[in-house]
Write a new protein. Sequence first.
Length: 283
Amino acid sequence: MKIYNITEKKSLDDFGPGGSISFDSDTTTKRNTTTNKFGTFTTGSTTDNKAKGKAKGLAAFKADYDVPGDALDFGTAAVTKIASIKKGTTPKVEPKPVDKSYAGGGEIGPSQDQSGPPGETSGKIGDLLDMIAKPESGGRYDMVYPGRRRPQILDMTIADLIQDMKQRTRLTKSSASGRYQYIRKTLQGVTKSMGININKTKFTPKIQDEIVIYHLRRDHGLDRWLSGRTTDEDFLRRLSKTWAGLPDPKTGKSYYAGDGLNKSGVGAQASLNTLKGIRTGVA
């Protein structure tokens, strides 16, 4: 069976032969979502490419329940499985454990020397983390904006820290916390991607390093840079878009200069020299 008729409704139509899957268009967020007893799936913009967005929602549903078939195609096995899902006899697929040493998306395999003494990271990656942390927090794991120590955060679960961040933002206009000064939304996004249980995992120095290494590998091209396939300039530019204490090599200033909260704490050429030394092993 091929799903040939996608409409915008708040229900999931019959999956029988000739049936259709229906999606809800959220006019508030301008995102298409499926809303049904199976869950809610974000499916893309309502203005850019509706068909493509809805196809993504369908893919999310199929992935959650391990429904066979590519794209919008449903064969006999898929129809049979969907029937069991509707009866409530087939649960969602449990997410696979995340290999945090690989950090998902790295291209040269697991990074080496990621762990040293408790709360520290050694090797080239450790040197890179020191470079990022110095202008952000002075290298202190218990630092919160605006430049003050708050040792309590090291004993908080990440869920508790997120609530603490919300409260501090009302007073200081920023939720930046920890050695790498993560703001709340970024921390929530990265830890969710990692599969961390934020209700049980504390914001320890070790976890802070695991989070930043994962983030560097997933979003900043850490592996490509270490292997020489990304220039120091391009890598620094990516870093500067996340960490305001590092300069944009094009301007020599913080990527967020002028927002009233952030400014670069180190020069562009000095940063490039440091990156080259870390990557090549030549100080």
